[in-house]
Design a protein around this ligand. Structure first.
Ligand code: GDP
Ligand code: IMO
Ligand code: MG
Length: 430
């Protein structure tokens, strides 16, 4: 059957450390797709959409939700906090989207329990100077329980054993928290005492059980069999991948194309186009190595012009020049077929723009990130004249054209679209 399949699933994901602008481009591309599906991550993601004067940040809901007739799927690889999804996210978009009708949730998606969030806080605090800079949404502990085969899944909400299972797991977490010298009753979550948060969570979990919970792997494969189009939306970025990112300063899921297969139940043979998104420069929020990071006025200029403050946590993002060795690495890992360059307008004011083409490491030049030593490399830059007119949709300046060509030649992949502003309308097809 799969060999005769009429349709393949396209993938859209971030090639850097997240926040590349995935939400915006999924929203732009959605009219071409029948289904948009998230395959990994959870409420650590913050995907911003700007359209018709609205600005919305999505955490768990796929970014196709604002286009009528598009079916949105939260796959089994995603982890869900019912309180954040129901009480925060759906609440904030209900005047703009028909979430109850257009959202399908995998019965196999794991739940983030209130004690996962408490554990995340306790674990991060215990790391001291070695903090990862987690969003504290419970991501690490929830994925840990999934692989340790202790987790609770959305489908469990429909089972009368749920409360028993919930109690058993949260008791284990409680002991872990106490072992590390903390008291659950003294931990605050989203500004609420733990016990209050837990009550709201339980109510939200009951509401979640009334949504369309199903085996989404069948929904997706049957849709592909019927020739329907599917776009798989990544969260985070390749450099935050649990396997290939700058470990341990990563998230706890597979953020690369491979995550589509495991996180949605789509076979590798059914993967079509892979859209790889990158900013014209680099940003990172949280701790970990960042070879091209700028600590000077230029870094501050990028932060201010690019409004580089976290969509989920509001933290200032670290900023620096584009890192081609890492971009090439990410293209290799993901099988990127088309590149999309984001936030091109942010570099409009710069007289000179640097682009990192290799690293100096241990007295040698290399294009490969060395094991556990990305913080010890010195970037080797090519300096270019800035461009001044990325916002002009008709004519791209010679300087911008040169920048595009350098990237395309380096990674051997075409840039098919550039983004020149946050709004749905501010994109240029090349
Ligand atoms: P995501 O997590 O990959 O969806 O990205 P975020 O939403 O966290 O961060 C991207 C930010 O840049 C958001 O505030 C977007 O509104 C904004 N943005 C997206 N594309 C562009 C662009 O081309 N230019 C500018 N100036 N802002 C953009
Ligand atoms: P989107 O989908 C940027 C970062 C955190 C931290 C590390 C681990 O919006 O691009 P976690 O909460 O997963 O335990 O945090 O990963 N991080 C992100 N950075 N964008 C994201 O998502 C991120 N999700 C997690 O800042 O450094
Ligand atoms: Mg984001």
């Amino acid at each position: 059957m799969t060999q005769n399949s009429k349709s393949k699933a396209d993938v859209l994901l971030g090639l850097q450390w997240g926040d590349e602008g995935k939400g915006k481009i999924v929203d732009v591309l959605t009219p071409k797709y029948d289904i948009v599906a998230r395959f990994q991550g959870g409420p650590n993601a913050g995907h911003t959409l700007n359209f018709d004067g609205n600005k919305v940040v999505l955490h768990t809901i796929p970014s196709g939700i604002f286009r009528q007739n598009t079916c949105n799927v939260i796959g089994n690889g995603v982890i869900i906090d019912p309180y954040i999804l129901i009480d925060k996210e759906i609440q904030s978009v209900q005047h703009l989207a028909n979430v109850k009708d257009n959202l399908y949730i995998s019965d196999k998606a794991h739940l983030i329990l209130p004690t996962h969030r408490a554990l995340d806080y306790v674990n991060e605090t215990g790391r001291g100077e070695q903090k990862i800079g987690s969003t504290l949404k419970g991501i690490g502990p929830a994925y840990t329980d999934k692989t340790a085969r202790n987790g609770l899944r959305v489908g469990d909400l429909l089972n009368n054993q749920f409360e028993k299972k919930y109690f058993a797991l949260s008791q284990i977490h409680k002991k872990l928290i106490e072992y590390q010298g903390f008291k659950l009753s003294e931990i605050m979550i989203d500004g609420l005492p733990f016990i209050e948060y837990e009550q709201l969570w339980s109510l939200a979990a009951q509401k979640l059980s009334t949504y369309k919970i199903t085996a989404t792997e069948f929904l997706l494969n049957e849709a592909l069999d019927a020739g329907k189009t599917v776009l798989c939306e990544g969260a985070q970025g390749s450099m935050l991948d649990i396997e290939f990112g700058s470990y341990p300063f990563v998230t706890s899921s597979n953020t690369t194309t491979s995550g589509v297969c495991s996180g949605l139940g789509i076979s590798p043979r059914r993967i079509g186009n892979v859209y790889g998104l990158f900013k014209a420069y680099c940003t990172r929020v949280g701790a970990g190595p960042f070879p091209t990071e700028l600590f000077d006025a230029t870094g501050e200029q990028l932060r201010q012009k690019g409004c580089e403050f976290g969509s989920t946590t509001g933290r200032p993002r670290r900023c620096g020049w584009l890192d081609l060795p890492l971009l090439k690495y990410a293209c290799m890992l993901n099988g990127v077929t088309e590149l999309i360059m984001m936030k091109t307008d942010v570099l409009d004011d710069f007289e000179n723009i640097n682009i990192c083409k290799s690293y100096n490491y241990n007295g040698e030049q290399t294009q490969q990130p060395p094991f556990d030593a990305l913080d010890k490399v010195t970037p080797v830059y090519q300096s270019l004249n800035g461009w001044k007119n990325s916002g002009d949709t008709k004519n791209i300046s010679a300087e911008l054209q040169k920048y595009i060509e350098i990237i395309e030649n380096y990674v051997d992949t075409k840039i098919t679209m550039i983004s020149v502003g946050p709004d749905r309308t501010q994109t240029i097809n090349l």
